[in-house]
Design a protein around this ligand. Structure first.
Ligand SMILES: CC(C)(COP(=O)(O)OP(=O)(O)OC[C@H]1O[C@@H](n2cnc3c(N)ncnc32)[C@H](O)[C@@H]1OP(=O)(O)O)[C@@H](O)C(=O)NCCC(=O)NCCS
Length: 164
């Protein structure tokens, strides 16, 4: 499958978010309040030819839910302005395990770095933990359960200024 990863309107990610992340909810429950805020960026992996969106992720500035130095974030990093959150990371079920999620995540990390971000975090599904670990994320704190969505853990990654 030949793909391009590019910025897409948040609404173009809703069908995948719905199908992959929130199949038991209605489509009205799929948007995030941050989707239409200035500075929020949604990336999509788009199949060449068909134009189908097969993978998505959204990033926006959001303070970390942990103390950055205590978690091991390098000194001076993780300020309010330089901390971003990753949400809505999903690849169409039939297209998982082919590197699409990694491509979309890398585009999101590049964007955060270009915007001066140095810390990114997410509430990761425990089932996706290995995926994030391979991308350089590490875990902070204990697991907890989000009703209907299962066990989660906070994960974060330092973004070396100028390098992703
Ligand atoms: C988590 C998720 C976004 C990852 O997307 P993906 O497109 O499957 O990601 P990748 O293909 O880049 O990597 C997934 C795995 O496939 C493997 N992989 C990557 N390229 C591969 C290839 N060409 N051939 C075989 N396996 C490959 C990776 O090693 C990785 O293994 P890991 O899970 O042990 O880390 C996707 O699986 C998903 O949507 N899951 C359900 C929703 C979800 O949990 N989202 C995260 C919420 S926090």
């Amino acid at each position: 499958m030949e793909l391009d990863v590019e910025l897409i309107p948040a609404a173009a990610s809703y069908p995948i978010r719905h199908a992959v992340l929130r199949p038991h909810q209605s489509i009205e429950d799929v948007p995030f309040k941050e989707d239409d805020e200035a500075g929020t960026a949604t990336f999509g992996a788009i199949e060449r030819g068909s134009g189908a969106v097969v993978g998505v992720a959204t990033v926006f500035r959001d303070p970390a839910p942990f103390d950055a130095p205590q978690a091991g974030v390098p000194a001076g990093g993780g300020s309010e302005a330089s901390t971003w959150r990753l949400r809505g990371m999903a690849t169409r079920a039939a297209a998982q395990g082919q590197g699409i999620g990694s491509m979309v995540l890398n585009a999101a990390l590049d964007h955060v770095a270009a915007e001066g971000g140095d810390l990114i975090w997410c509430n990761a599904r425990v089932s996706a933990r290995t995926f994030y670990e391979r991308a350089g994320f590490r875990t902070w704190g204990e697991e907890w359960v989000i009703p209907a969505h299962g066990p989660h853990v906070v994960m974060w990654r330092w973004i070396e200024p100028g390098k992703v």
